[in-house]
Design a protein around this ligand. Structure first.
Ligand code: MG
Length: 160
């Protein structure tokens, strides 16, 4: 039996603008608007990183991979998630499950969800049924609804 369970949450926002790519869950989603950030601005992978760090009370993504460090400029967030999990699993931790919600007005991403889940599961070396990606609009309200930004939430459960 598991001796110790730890839960962590993550929340992140990136601005949307023309002339940028939209990376979500490690895949490139065709979109006229892309996410702006120091890295590839993959908001979905960033919230999973933060949830993993949070579960271990290890600070946040920005503390480990500062956006002031040129080494992380334009970096593939799949590498950030892989590095995060390498740090967080020290001491014998396993991930029981990951659940996420992406808040984006458009494009509709339902058709990309299973590819995102497979991408995340591969990085974390998890069966895909332990990785959930959900998506919602905000009914035209707020910065998400006005297509000025994309946000995401994540929860992870760790055990050892
Ligand atoms: Mg971010």
């Amino acid at each position: 039996m598991w001796q110790d369970l730890r839960i962590g949450t993550g929340y992140d926002v990136h601005r949307l603008a023309e002339g940028h790519e939209l990376w979500l869950g490690g895949i490139l989603v065709p979109s006229p608007l892309g996410a702006v950030g120091h890295s590839d601005a993959d908001v979905l992978l960033h919230v999973i990183c933060d949830a993993l760090f949070g579960a271990r009370a290890m600070g946040d993504l920005g503390a480990h991979f500062p956006d002031t460090d040129p080494a992380f400029k334009g970096i593939d967030s799949k590498l950030l998630l892989a590095r995060t999990w390498a740090l967080v699993q020290e001491g014998g931790w396993s991930i029981l499950n990951v659940d996420t919600t992406l808040c984006l007005e458009r494009p509709k991403i339902r058709g990309h969800v299973d590819t995102m889940r497979a991408s995340i599961a591969a990085i974390l070396d998890l069966p895909v049924e332990r990785v959930s990606v959900k998506a919602t609009t905000t009914e035209g309200l707020g910065f998400v609804g006005e297509q000025r930004g994309v946000s995401a939430h994540a929860v992870v459960l760790l055990a050892r």
